[in-house]
Design a protein. Structure first.
Length: 70
């Protein structure tokens, strides 16, 4: 998937988290989440998504701005 976007009016209501959880539930194997450093809200959101999805199996590769499930 190229982009994940939640309209401003639905931000911070759990819509994005629920949608991301549903999406990742259907992706088996190794996956990664990349995001722009300039988006201050993206990093904590995607860290939470990755931790919710796989717990301690999530690894953070800051040099590539990518959260990876192995």
């Amino acid at each position: 998937m190229y982009a994940f976007f939640i309209v401003r009016g639905l931000c911070r209501h759990g819509v994005g988290l629920q949608a991301a959880r549903e999406l990742l539930r259907h992706i088996h194997g190794v996956w990664g989440i990349a995001f722009e450093d300039e988006n201050a809200d993206a990093q904590p959101f995607w860290e939470r998504v990755a931790t919710d999805a796989v717990g301690d199996l999530a690894s953070d590769h800051r040099d590539g701005r990518r959260l990876t499930r192995r």
